[in-house]
Design a protein. Structure first.
Length: 415
């Protein structure tokens, strides 16, 4: 493995050094995508808190870190999480591992597919991804296909690597999929995981997307999810963050067809000096669309939670129904929650609302539980679990709810 020079200049130098050796380097569309990404990233570098979209999240520790690049072999022995469904696509240090995967259809890398254009190329982390992506999930479901459950597993080995997978998911008209994304890594490894998802949902298609992050406390996870929904399509998302030193889940969802819907929900349980930034951008670009957002954040130690949620309702998007709620539970006086909900509405006939609450554990509830013979620590876990369950209950699919509950149950036991 070769070390990457510290900072944004190091990533740019790596791109210049690899050139045509990157996958798809001789395909004109891919080469153009990479060159544009490189130009954007050279101009912007890692975003700083001077940028409004990043004002609450400091990436200085990432920009100052050095990462290796797994150009040759990856760790042969990796610990995989339990399977959820009958299909599994495994990526180790950002590389697809056919030998560890069990799947039907085309799952793997197709560099030309990464030029779909759903993710905004002007975003700095998307630009970095475009410049250096090497692999990713390509999933194309034909109209009417019910693909069941697919586990998308990203595992890192014992090296401080940086990888930038680009996942392209397309669902034809009426197709359905439950995608369970699991991100895990070895303890003590300060990796950088910078995935980009480009998701295109055809008319009446439904994608349920679970994002379960249990990467090590030293890891950095910066994800961008871009979704485009046609008429009647539904994107149903839940993100559970239990890991990483800095996590950023940036979601851009465009409801482009009448009757499309998006449900963006999640829960974060943070301690130490960890940061989790959830930034959502919902574009209501067609009439009769609905969106729901419910995020719960539990903060202990000197951790920091961030929620930035913007709902844009365009003039054409009459009969929009948009709802957004962010709630935080502080278990420490040193913890911090920053919330910035936004509504930008240009239509007349809409129903949109947002809310945010920040508070501590209910002392009366704690006293009640302790009076019933429950220890203080057990009582705190019960109250935190009840607080988080409300977000889990927003998921309409039972299999998705049970998967999240199982992961949470293991985290309670380990606490």
């Amino acid at each position: 493995m070769s070390a990457v020079t510290t900072g944004a200049a190091g990533f740019s130098a790596r791109y210049e050094g690899l050139g045509d050796h990157l996958p798809g380097g001789r395909i004109a569309a891919v080469a153009s995508l990479r060159a544009a990404g490189a130009a954007t990233f050279r101009a912007s570098g890692f975003p700083t808190r001077r940028a409004e979209a990043w004002k609450y999240t400091d990436l200085a520790s990432i920009a100052q870190s050095a990462f290796a690049e797994p150009l040759t072999a990856v760790d042969a022995a990796v610990a995989l999480p339990p399977e959820t469904g009958d299909q599994r696509a495994v990526f180790v240090d950002g590389r697809f591992r056919e030998d560890l995967s069990t799947h039907r259809g085309h799952v793997g890398a197709d560099p030309a597919a990464a030029t779909s254009g759903i993710a905004d190329p002007a975003l700095p982390m998307v630009a970095l991804n475009a410049m250096l992506f090497e692999d990713g999930l390509l999933l194309d479901l034909a109209a009417g296909t019910d693909a069941g459950v697919l586990d998308l597993v990203s595992v890192s080995g014992s090296h401080a690597v940086a990888y930038h997978p680009r996942h392209v998911i397309r669902l034809g008209a009426g197709a359905r999929l439950l995608l369970v994304e699991r991100n895990v890594s070895a303890a003590g490894v300060a990796l950088l995981h910078n995935p980009v998802f480009e998701i295109d949902l055809g008319p009446d298609a439904t994608l349920t997307h679970l994002r379960l992050n249990t990467e090590a406390p030293e890891a950095f996870h910066l994800a961008t999810i871009a979704v485009r929904c046609a008429a009647g399509a539904t994107y149903d998302s839940f993100a559970l963050n239990l890991g990483a030193k800095i996590t950023r889940n940036e979601m851009h969802v465009a409801l482009n067809g009448t009757g499309a819907a998006a449900h963006l929900n999640g829960a974060q349980l943070l301690d130490g000096q960890r940061t989790c930034d959830t930034s959502t951008y919902l574009d209501h670009a067609a009439p009769g669309c609905a969106s729901r957002q419910t995020y719960k954040t539990v903060l202990a130690g000197r951790s920091r939670g961030v929620f930035q949620g913007k709902i844009l309702v365009r003039r054409i998007a009459q009969k929009t129904d948009g709802y957004q709620m962010n709630q935080a539970l502080l278990l420490s006086e040193e913890a911090e929650m920053d919330a910035k909900p936004q509504l930008e509405i240009y239509a007349d006939d809409v129903k949109c609302s947002h809310g945010a609450t920040i508070g501590a554990l209910d002392e009366e509830a704690l006293f009640f539980l302790r009076s019933r013979g429950i220890s203080k620590d057990e009582a705190r876990v019960l109250l935190v679990e009840a607080f988080v369950q409300d977000a889990i209950a927003q998921m309409p699919e039972e299999a998705a709810r049970e998967t999240v509950k199982a992961v949470l149950a293991r985290s309670w036991q380990a606490a």
